[in-house]
Design a protein around this ligand. Structure first.
Ligand code: ITT
Length: 206
């Protein structure tokens, strides 16, 4: 892939942006930057019931504001014992205007009576690439964990303080940014984006 390829990211989430900036370091083979003027653009409403639809919708919508390749991601926490909630509604789980702490509190409340066997949770990320209103590709991955009974750790964002990553025995909020970027759903999906951008397939599509 030519080192001159530029990818613009559309996100309003500072936690995601921080992680992507680190993931797309100098060795990524392309330059990743926030879509210019993102904050002043009319917001895309994520109303669909699946991560894939919201990711594709976001990427298609924001790709119309730039000539560069556009990356958008929809992600969230899936709890099978709650029928998959909060899922694609993770960002709005406690209503609009609520904080990460409010969402964590609500989820812990819903899970209060649940035994250990029902506390499995999965972070899911779907990353979508689009260019000038045309979809290019979707990449998806997940990481599995267990919901703790109280928040632990100060790093990360969102539901990280209650997501116990069992192989390390720590919540995502207790991992360093580099550690989270080794194991997270976002990192796993993004590595597929990088592999795609480095492949001959992308040379044919882009
Ligand atoms: P953009 O759509 O503007 O990118 P957003 O925060 O609205 O920002 P999503 O619609 O994809 O993003 O919602 C993702 C939500 O899922 C996010 O707000 C968190 O609550 C949760 N989430 C996703 N990834 C997470 C992670 O790595 N750690 C903790 N929580 C995460």
């Amino acid at each position: 892939m030519p080192g001159s390829v530029k990818v613009q990211l559309a996100t309003s989430n500072p936690g995601k942006l921080r992680e992507y900036r680190k993931l797309a370091g100098p060795d990524a083979g392309f330059r990743l930057e926030l879509l210019p003027d993102f904050a002043s653009l009319p917001v895309f409403e994520e109303t669909e019931p699946t991560f894939a639809e919201n990711a594709a919708g976001k990427a298609l919508y924001y790709s119309r504001f730039t000539d560069e390749l556009l990356l958008a991601e929809d992600s969230g926490l899936v709890v099978p014992a709650l029928g998959g909630a909060p899922g694609p509604f993770s960002a709005r789980y406690a209503g609009t205007g609520a904080s990460d702490a409010d969402r964590v509190r609500k989820l812990l409340g819903e899970m209060e009576a649940r035994p250990a066997g029902e506390r499995v949770a999965r972070f899911v990320a779907v990353a979508a690439l689009a260019r000038q209103g045309e979809a290019v590709a979707l990449f998806s991955d997940f990481v599995e964990g267990v919901l703790t009974r109280e928040p632990r750790g100060e790093n990360g964002f969102g539901y990280d303080p209650i997501f116990l990553f069992e192989p390390l025995g720590r919540t995502f909020a207790q991992l360093s940014p580099d550690e989270k970027n080794l194991y997270s759903h976002r990192a796993r999906a993004f590595r597929k984006v990088v592999a795609f951008l480095c492949s001959r397939e992308s040379a044919l599509l882009l």
